[in-house]
Design a protein around this ligand. Structure first.
Ligand SMILES: [Zn+2]
Length: 114
């Protein structure tokens, strides 16, 4: 249904059809509330996408694990399975020759990374 315009309402008022004019005003109010809710949801979604995009630009896969470039500092490494499958940044435990994901119980050989 098309939204009533300001002109429609003014016309109704000048005709003396105040009840109809009030109905149109209520329709407008409802539409505004719906649009506000939609706007909040879209802003939230946009923020999430911007954050995901920023994170993607900061990540580097070395062939074995992911590293994150934070203000020119190399941070990590992070589990590739957690990131690729679950889209979660999970820091790996540091062992002598390997990295270890406590969630996947998976070991990544340090020597295979670059
Ligand atoms: Zn993992």
């Amino acid at each position: 249904m098309a939204l009533p315009t300001y002109k429609d309402i003014v016309e109704l008022m000048t005709k003396g059809a105040t009840v109809e004019a009030q109905e149109r005003i209520m329709e407008l109010r409802e539409a505004v509330l719906e649009l506000q809710e939609e706007n909040v949801a879209l802003k939230q979604k946009n923020r999430e996408l911007e954050e995901a995009l920023k994170l993607k630009g900061e990540l580097h896969f070395d062939g074995t694990v992911y590293w994150r470039n934070e203000n020119n500092n190399r941070v990590g490494p992070f589990c590739p399975a957690c990131l690729d499958v679950d889209e979660k940044l999970v820091r790996l435990q540091n062992y002598d020759d390997s990295w270890y994901c406590t969630k996947h119980k998976q070991t990544y050989d340090k020597r295979s990374g670059r």
